[in-house]
Design a protein around this ligand. Sequence first.
Ligand SMILES: *[C@@H]1O[C@H](CO)[C@@H](O)[C@H](O)[C@H]1NC(C)=O
Ligand SMILES: *[C@@H]1O[C@H](CO)[C@@H](O)[C@H](O)[C@H]1NC(C)=O
Ligand SMILES: *[C@@H]1O[C@H](CO)[C@@H](O)[C@H](O)[C@H]1NC(C)=O
Ligand SMILES: *[C@@H]1O[C@H](CO)[C@@H](O)[C@H](O)[C@H]1NC(C)=O
Ligand SMILES: *[C@@H]1O[C@H](CO)[C@@H](O)[C@H](O)[C@H]1NC(C)=O
Length: 387
Amino acid sequence: MDAATSLKKKLAILLIVALIFILLFNVNLPNNNNKSIPKPSGPAGVCSLGVSEQTITPLKNTKHLLVSAYVDQRVKDLDIRIIGIFKRDSIQPLHCVFCCTNVLSKTTPATILQHSDHFGFPFATTDVMCQIPQNCNATRVTLLTTPDKESASDSTWLPIRNQKSDRQKEENMKFDFTVCISNLFGDYNNVLQFAETLEMYRLLGVNRVVIYNTSCGPELDRLLQNYSQEGFVEMVPWPIDKHLNPSRGWLHSEHGGDVHYFGQLTTLNECIYRSMERSRYVLLNDIDEIIMPYQHDDLMSLMNTLQNQNPNTGIFLIENHTYPKKPFNQSKWGPLPQWNGVPGFDILVHIYREEPNRNIYHPHKLIVQPRWVIMGKMVECSALAFI
Ligand SMILES: *[C@@H]1O[C@H](CO)[C@@H](O)[C@H](O)[C@H]1NC(C)=O
Ligand SMILES: *[C@@H]1O[C@H](CO)[C@@H](O)[C@H](O)[C@H]1NC(C)=O
Ligand SMILES: *[C@@H]1O[C@H](CO)[C@@H](O)[C@H](O)[C@H]1NC(C)=O
Ligand SMILES: *[C@@H]1O[C@H](CO)[C@@H](O)[C@H](O)[C@H]1NC(C)=O
Ligand SMILES: *[C@@H]1O[C@H](CO)[C@@H](O)[C@H](O)[C@H]1NC(C)=O
């Protein structure tokens, strides 16, 4: 099958799927507002108090925020990576303390790694590395401002994710492809483009789309509730606006605020670790962007080819190109009748790429094997990709 036919076929299927979906969706709205958050189960005692159930946890006695903790033993003598958002002018020494099954560990000094791409904002993505003391079966971790472990009694613990038991061999990774969508905020309600993009990714073999949600419009909320019940979409609550004054822009001197673009660099970093033990490839992009292979039927066969050509490569950069707002058929301006009442932009009538201007720089999107991404690399690439 040649590429053009294959693309046409995909678009046709997508159109049908999306149509059925929207039609059914309008008639049959699930009510899932009363989903309860499961209580964490674990041993009673010193460690069972105060386990954070939030995605963003303020760190006691500091101005910093903690997001999540992951096992990461790729660097010798370091075991745990805590992902956080730290106030750059208030970095102080920190100490790691663990909950070892049900006993408090002694503290170990924390290694604080601030990402360099802060764009002038007072808060920046910061990773904290911790070593687990010997003979400790660590289940939870927190950070203290003093080496005195007794001060941990009223701290909030972070559960340690990607523990050995949930780890799998590369061959039995649960997912081939995860897409990480950077933050949703404001009253963004572009349902049509969102649905078309998600269905396109499904056709291209994506198994999971992770979305960090600060807020969104009512119709998009319903659409995403449905996709996340089905399991294709994983919604991560991202109430950054409850803790900081997030910027809608990427440069502090122009846009003001506490943190770059609703903390986008932190969420993408988080998404890579979230995917590390379960997804072979991770694609980092925005919802208004699609990576569309034109010589392969799906993303996995594209990656197999690229990987054969570049066997020792774990980070692939894909050049950004624009599809003009003008639809491909001039006489078809305006919404198609079948999308009446569906808010948003119809990407399927924009199928011709603008000829790239080779005199200007085009930014890149990333497809990574998550285990290949280490801090330094990530910083370097994120500066390229997300400006
Ligand atoms: C989501 O919407 C589709 C299409 O309307 C429907 O078939 C499916 O049952 C819905 N899923 C959930 C979990 O509500
Ligand atoms: C460590 O703790 C986990 C969870 O409580 C348990 O499943 C595991 O068996 C423990 N491992 C050791 C070596 O004690
Ligand atoms: C997104 O976040 C907002 C604000 O917390 C919430 O009201 C909404 O239900 C969330 N949507 C989804 C699909 O998770
Ligand atoms: C990709 O290119 C388009 C047009 O040049 C631009 O509007 C968009 O912001 C770019 N995306 C990124 C992430 O730079
Ligand atoms: C553009 O749309 C018009 C009206 O639907 C149709 O008559 C025409 O054949 C279309 N042209 C192309 C190139 O698809």
